[in-house]
Design a protein around this ligand. Structure first.
Ligand code: NDP
Length: 501
């Protein structure tokens, strides 16, 4: 059996075996980039503070989940991180245990899988896999992004769809959870190839989505350009203009102000709220960011505006280090290199002053007070987390989905680092998507100020929900537990209202 308690637990007697991606930290400048292999080996360890009976229940639950869903390490990890904090609350409420709600909520409503055939610039046909995981619609139509990346598989999309369900619940907007995408590799493809691929994908996807059914958006590899091609094809096939069927649209055809910036801005707003809750602030602090995509770019911008010094950004090929922090000039080059030229960060280092480039490394050995991982899942393992602690990190907010392994989170929490989990910290993106849907339904366009004000309200409300439900340990709010328990209760209560479905 795969999920098994370890006899000689490392820090407590509560160790259990698990799969998780291999991420190897190094001692030199920059740790090795994340390897998203699907055959990793590592361990889950239930965090200290859980009773033996709770650990037994988690063990039993995960054993069943892993038997029902073999070879899905990312999904196992996402569920483990959830049940680890929710289990005591779950066991305390018979209305949930009697209804077997945890078993029910970890099974997606459905998964659609299809073939996408498209033609490259040389007339050669290619076949890719396409998926949509419709995880849970208890709170509203399925809602969640599309990812284009060679690593995309059912395990990754189930983890993302599961996370999305609880993130969306925290926004308190009527949105269920879903996720989709393709193993298509967009890097190096021409604009014409991207267009043909998006059109081919929508030729099948359009049957499964709709403004009251399932509303996709962007994610890794899917930005405004791809959403434009997807929306255009949907409009042609359905022969009606339904703005609310996709979010992240361009401003000329139903998109919302601030959507592009929303996730990155929201992460920084959430980090600042967490810091203030603990009598601290981001002003004057050193911030390390990973990624240089949609989330990372606007996290960098907002953190600079808050008076922080942002010293890193990264991409899938390496990272840049700016000991004096980004300024207006280097930030403008970053935006241009990534949003327009779609080039490597090495170009930023060659064009801006005071920037060094570290090929094949990730930024987590650079000392910082605040960490904002905004690239991809499992970028930070326990070794990198220990390095961050050694270097004096005070607060970490997850911009990406599941950028930390379960053990890495324990390392931070054990060191009393303020930790903001993705489902709370990066909910600004989907929150703004909800506002885009509201504008589409009203057939109105809100001003930038209106959208920004509504978004701040959503982020503040998420922070409050976390604090209301969170235990406090050594003076530090456990936002992970707060976010998981609060969103669990909301989704579970809705599911109970529907009876046995
Ligand atoms: P983008 O595609 O815009 O950017 C992703 C960034 O991460 C790029 O800089 C990319 O490098 C880098 N990256 C991708 N894979 C790896 C890897 N294996 N190792 C190191 N770096 C990598 O995606 P987003 O910014 O939209 O998404 C980033 C994260 O945020 C994802 O986890 C996503 O699920 C999450 N998220 C996104 C939201 C949104 O609104 N967009 C909302 C909530 C969460 P390169 O430039 O070389 O491609």
């Amino acid at each position: 059996m795969f999920w098994r308690k370890k006899k000689d637990g490392a820090n407590t007697s509560q160790s259990v075996e698990q799969t998780a991606p291999l991420v190897k930290a190094q001692q030199d400048m920059g740790a090795t980039l994340v390897q998203t292999t699907s055959e990793p080996k590592a361990r889950f360890v239930v965090g200290g503070g859980s009773s033996q009976s709770t650990v037994r229940e988690i063990d039993h639950f995960m054993d069943g989940l892993m038997r029902r869903n073999p070879h899905e390490p990312e999904f196992h990890q996402a569920v483990f991180e959830f049940v680890e904090t929710v289990m005591p609350f779950y066991l305390d409420h018979r209305k949930y245990t009697d209804a077997r709600i945890l078993e029910r909520m970890t099974e997606p409503d459905r998964i659609v899988s299809f073939r996408i055939v498209w033609e490259d610039d040389n007339g050669v046909p290619h076949a890719n896999k396409g998926f949509r995981v419709q995880f849970n619609s208890s709170m509203g139509p399925y809602k969640g992004g599309l990812r284009f990346d060679p690593s995309v598989n059912v395990s990754i999309l189930k983890f993302l769809g599961f996370e999305q369900t609880y993130k969306n619940a925290l926004t308190r907007l009527p949105m269920g959870g879903g996720k989709g995408g393709s193993n298509f590799h967009p890097k190096g493809r021409s604009d014409g190839e991207i267009m043909r691929f998006c059109h081919a994908m929508m030729s099948e996807l359009f049957r499964h989505i709709g403004e009251s059914i399932d509303v996709p958006a962007g994610d890794i590899g899917v930005g405004a350009r791809e959403i434009g091609y997807l929306f255009g094809k949907y409009k042609q096939l359905s022969n009606h203009y339904t703005g609310g069927v996709l979010t992240g649209k361009g401003l000329t055809f139903g998109g919302s102000e601030i959507r592009k910036e929303a996730t990155g801005y929201g992460v920084v707003v959430f980090a600042e709220d967490m810091l203030q809750q603990h009598g601290k602030s981001m002003k004057g602090k050193t911030v390390a960011v990973s990624g240089s995509g949609n989330v990372a770019i606007y996290a960098v911008q907002r953190a600079i505006r808050m008076g922080a010094k942002v010293v890193t950004a990264s991409d899938s090929r390496g990272f840049v280090h700016l000991p004096d922090g980004f300024n207006d000039e280097s930030f403008a080059i970053l935006q241009d290199v990534k949003e327009n030229r779609r080039a490597s960060l090495a170009v930023l280092a060659s064009e801006a002053k005071g920037v060094s480039y570290h090929a094949g490394k990730s930024p987590w050995t650079v000392p910082c007070n605040i960490g904002l991982p905004c690239a991809t899942q499992n970028e930070i393992d326990e070794h990198m987390a220990a390095t961050l602690v050694k270097n004096g990190i005070e607060c970490l907010a997850e911009g990406a989905n599941m950028p930390l392994t379960a053990q890495a989170i324990h390392v931070l929490k054990d060191a009393n680092v303020i930790f903001g989990p993705a489902k709370a910290a990066n909910a600004g993106g989907v929150g703004c998507s909800g506002l885009e849907q509201a504008q589409n339904a009203q057939r109105l366009i809100w001003t930038r100020q209106q959208v920004e004000a509504e978004l701040e309200k959503i982020m503040r409300s998420i922070h409050k929900q976390c604090v209301d439900y969170a235990p406090v340990r050594n003076g530090v709010v456990d936002y992970q537990a707060g976010a998981n328990i609060s969103s669990f209760a909301r989704v579970a209560d809705a599911m109970l209202s529907y009876g046995y479905l």
